[in-house]
Design a protein around this ligand. Sequence first.
Ligand code: F6R
Length: 274
Amino acid sequence: MRVIVQPNSEGVSLCAAKVVANLVRDKPTCVLGLATGTSPLGLYQELIRMHHDEGLDFSRVRTFNLDEYVGLGPNDEQSYRYFMQKNLFDHINIDVRNTHVPDGRALNLSTYGEQYEKLINDAGGIDLQILGIGSDGHIAFNEPGSSLGSRTRLKTLASETVRDNARFFGSEDRVPRLSITMGVGSILESRRCLLVAMGPSKARAIRDTIEGPVTAQVTASALQLHRDVLCVVDEEAARLLERRDYYREVERAQTLLQEGRLSELGVSPQPNDQ
Ligand code: F6R
């Protein structure tokens, strides 16, 4: 796992948006996996800015969202489809037919997950999956105890998540208890994952994800098994990481390598390199 610690949440959003934008420029037909919630909001705002100011082109990009509340339709202001329209899709030149959010009102809930995954496979799989993390360490709605091999399916929200998300609904009893969510196993099939986290409430989950054991009790820890994960976190979310200094060293070395400043890494050119 590559870990980048930014001074604040704005730094996280700008850094993560650069990663997404680079992919969109390199592969204009890329498939993005998207998340909702507070964590990716700044990232989406920066992508919108890049679209307007720099002509970042989403016309051939396809997207798949991680999850949706069961029972909420696209016009419901709390639905994740509505969130995506308002916070990203309505402001960029994406073709809405290329955007996918699980259908919270699907009636065939037992087979719906398989259908959703088939759509992802038919699109060639997800190139880059954007992820937030719950304070209980969940990714998508894979609550503690979810199988690390789980697929897209119906999932009951944990009480901690109901509490966390009550801020969007006004009160806890208005939060739907069920979701359709991509599984941990489905997420691990993405070619690359980009996890963003900010604020003190994420510090424990981030520590457990990056430095704890791989366990179904912290489903984000399964990302340790993935070959290409980038975690961009702010100082507050990184507060409990024991190896922070090492992550900074890695990033410094990476920058020096990119800039060809090899001598600062203790590498001196050999005669046969001339
Ligand atoms: C949302 C999702 C969730 C959130 C997580 C963090 O699509 O998949 O896992 O990423 O609950 O939410 P925020 O960012 O609101 O703290």
